[in-house]
Design a protein around this ligand. Structure first.
Ligand code: SF4
Length: 731
């Protein structure tokens, strides 16, 4: 088998699912008839290492290298045979192939246990209501983490499950340290990576190798791969692209980088790669390259042919997941955080609803860069076409839409299209917690298979949310979260502390808001991040406007994005531990009554937030009245209509009874005979399967045309206003 282009994700990204960048490019190259092959070297290295043979070699290597070992490493080494004996079964289990092993794992005398198990003093508490499969996955994850600890201690300090040598890639203003590491002998992990790369190169004999580097934790390994290719296949062109290059390498000037790479491209890869291939084939001049760095006359040069435009999202083809080892990904479970569990557990097909962010205003975000700034949504039809193709290819029906912030109107259209096509899928995505997520929209999303959303609550303070230009308020987020939660969609919030000018008071108040949201049951998962200033955000571009000063300028010759800054408003670092510890407890519905100051070992101000702030905000959630243009749809089954005679004090009249069968409950409502007959007929017209969509105004006109009176009284009161639970929605 040969391929013109070899697309590589270098070690390591996620273990449970492939990173989608190369699948996007492969899908695009398919549309051009260009042959390609893709490999996720991360999962391949992991599986080579965590196998019977891999561990035998690993332990032999450690034993052969006389060195002083920690007590933990000594214990793991003493239990080496147990690890060797169990590893294939554990990996097989985490790949979803042998679920019954869960029982054995949960007995706690099957897997060897080292320090990761000891760190969890109360595992039963941490497990909460987890089922046996999840418990076993988590225990198996800790077992792998123990092994990762001994690898880091004895074999390769750079090792980490979803990253490798991340420190070398993180804000490396200068290339010096990375360059020095690349001149050293191969590490243990390098050797495994290179062996796999060698095999693939021999098989494929490509003309071009394109390495996607999404994160700092893939950078070093990508250079190692590029270095080996340059040494052994000097005629093959090597190119880097991906999120790391897009954000960090925009002002690259260090010529040594091109001892490893021939080209580095920025932003969307489709047009740049196509131009490069034509250039390599002699069909384009160097001036025609798009967003590409290369070395010309020993100088790093950036060429961007403006005449060449990017492909529209509808033209780039369906991501192609072939070549990946789809049935061999490993589902690990991180117990602390429900959203992180979703992230690391299970195989998710990745897609985006739109390129860029429809909001594009947040002042901490890279809004000046293409991946945020250029907003271009797909249509619901194209998205569903792609979903169907990917399901046919991968056999998986779970989708993670990796949007920066999925647009609510498109989410609605997508949900309707999924339901119309009767696709059985589950999906989750990032959103902005904005007002348009009404009760009924959330019900619709749930009906289409949406299981979770994550969004930035950032600093839960209205002053700072305004400074961030997030376009939301804390009360609004609370109400939106209630809609999601009541619809059965899990909500995860990204929380931030240390935004410029944030005071200690505001940090404590923000923590109190978060506490109240968990206590009210409208938030299930969250994570605190400390604010980081990046070069391409409004704060990084104009720090004085936000009351802070830069300590470092991002002007190195290599990676440039993170900027160290000085903020005199508070000592933000000191809050990290208490915020995270309290959150961990709130996520387990514990310690809601623990006074906030007790989470910190230094004096902090008392909160100024009223203890019922969030509850009051939720109580203000008046259901939006009658918007005449709102579309009305009915997702449920036709109700059974019966009429019967009611009599009271000698009077008799006819009454209609409508019985609705929901998936988990039955509802019977009674109305006047005429109103009941009209409602049953109307629900048929409102069915999602009909081509005509009705507005509320049209529903009212239909009601009045039937000679009935007082539409609002009928429609917006019990029992009809409770039918949203059975799929009568206003969108
Ligand atoms: S932070 Fe999110 S919502 Fe705000 S501009 Fe960036 S991507 Fe958009």
């Amino acid at each position: 088998m040969s391929a013109k282009v070899f697309l590589i994700t270098p070690p390591f990204t996620q273990l449970n699912t492939p990173y989608p960048a190369t699948a996007y490019l492969k899908g695009f190259l398919n549309t051009k008839g260009i042959s390609s092959f893709q490999a996720d070297l991360g999962i391949e290295v992991t599986l080579a290492l965590f196998s019977k043979k891999g561990l035998e070699e690993l332990f032999a290597f450690i034993k052969g290298n006389a060195q002083e070992l920690s007590e933990n490493a000594q214990r793991i080494l003493a239990l080496a045979d147990d690890y060797i004996l169990t590893i294939d079964a554990v990996i097989n289990f985490l790949q979803g192939h042998n679920p019954t092993l869960a029982h054995l794992i949960c007995k706690r005398n099957y897997l060897p246990e080292a320090s990761r198990f000891a760190q969890h003093d109360d595992l039963n508490w941490a497990f909460g209501n987890m089922g046996i499969q999840d418990k076993a996955k988590h225990l198996a994850t800790m077992y792998l983490e123990d092994l990762s600890d001994i690898i880091m201690e004895c074999v390769d300090p750079h090792f980490g499950f979803s990253r490798y040598a991340e420190r070398l890639g993180r804000s490396a203003n200068s290339f010096d340290e990375l360059y020095d590491s690349l001149l050293q002998e191969y590490t243990y992990i390098d050797q495994i990576t290179i062996n796999l790369l060698k095999e693939r190169m021999e098989m494929l004999q490509p003309q071009m190798v394109a390495l996607s580097v999404p994160f700092p934790g893939n950078l070093y390994a990508s250079f190692r791969c590029a270095q080996w290719i340059k040494q052994h296949y000097p005629a093959v062109k090597v190119v880097m692209g991906g999120g790391f290059a897009n954000t960090e390498l925009r002002s690259l000037s260090d010529a040594r980088v091109f001892e490893f790479y021939d080209f580095i491209t920025l932003d969307d890869g489709e047009a740049p790669i196509e131009n490069l291939l034509q250039y390599i084939d002699g069909n384009k001049t160097v001036e025609e390259l798009k967003r590409t760095f290369l070395l010309q006359d020993s100088k790093v040069t950036y060429i961007n042919n403006q005449a060449c435009t990017d492909y529209k999202q509808g033209q780039v083809g369906t991501p192609d997941y072939s070549d990946f080892w789809l049935d061999r990904y490993v589902s690990a479970i991180e117990v602390a955080n429900p959203m992180h569990s979703l992230w690391s557990d299970g195989r998710w097909n990745k897609l985006t609803m739109a390129h860029g962010c429809y909001w594009g205003k947040c002042t901490f975000c890279d809004i000046s860069l293409d991946y945020i700034a250029r907003y271009e949504p797909l249509t619901a039809q194209i998205l569903c076409d792609r979903m169907e193709q990917i399901i046919a290819q991968t056999g998986e029906t779970g989708f993670h839409f990796v949007d920066e912030a999925a647009p609510p109107a498109l989410m609605r259209e997508l949900a309707l299209e999924i339901i119309r096509r009767k696709l059985v899928v589950s999906w989750w995505t990032n959103i902005r917690f904005e007002k348009s997520f009404t009760r009924d929209l959330c019900m619709l999303l749930r009906a289409s298979g949406c299981i979770a959303v994550s969004g930035g609550l950032e600093v839960a303070s209205d002053r700072l949310l305004q400074l961030i230009q997030k376009g939301i308020t804390v009360a609004q987020v609370a109400r939106v979260n209630k809609h999601f939660t009541e619809a059965g969609i899990m909500v995860h919030a990204y929380l931030m502390y240390g935004f410029p000018t944030q005071t200690a008071q505001e940090t404590i108040d923000s923590m109190e808001m978060v506490r109240q949201m968990f206590q009210a049951g409208i938030l299930q998962s969250a994570f605190w991040h400390q604010f980081a200033m990046t070069a391409h955000s409004p704060v990084g571009l104009e720090p004085a406007k936000f009351g802070v000063t830069k300590q470092t300028e991002a002007i190195g010759s290599f990676a440039n994005n993170d900027i160290v800054h000085v903020d005199t408003a508070a000592d933000h670092d000191s809050f990290g531990y208490g915020l995270k510890k309290s959150l961990h407890n709130y996520m387990h519905a514990a310690c809601f009554d623990h006074p906030l100051h007790k989470w910190f070992d230094f004096k902090v101000p008392k909160t100024t937030v009223a203890p019922d702030y969030i509850i009051n905000a939720l109580n203000e959630d008046e259901y939006a009245g009658m918007k005449p243009n709102a579309k009305v749809i009915y997702l449920g089954k036709p109700p059974k209509l019966e009429t019967f005679i009611k009599s009271k004090k000698g009077n008799q009249w006819e009454v209609a009874s409508l019985t609705f069968q929901g998936k988990t409950e039955t509802l019977e409502i009674k109305t006047d005979k005429e109103q009941g007959a009209w409602l049953a007929a109307m629900l048929e017209k409102l069915s999602i399967n009909n081509i005509k969509a009705y507005t509320l105004q049209e529903v009212k006109a239909d009601y009045e045309a039937a000679g009935l009176e007082d539409f609002e009284l009928f429609w917006d009161n019990k029992p009809v206003n409770g039918l949203y639970k059975f799929g009568l929605l206003r969108l």
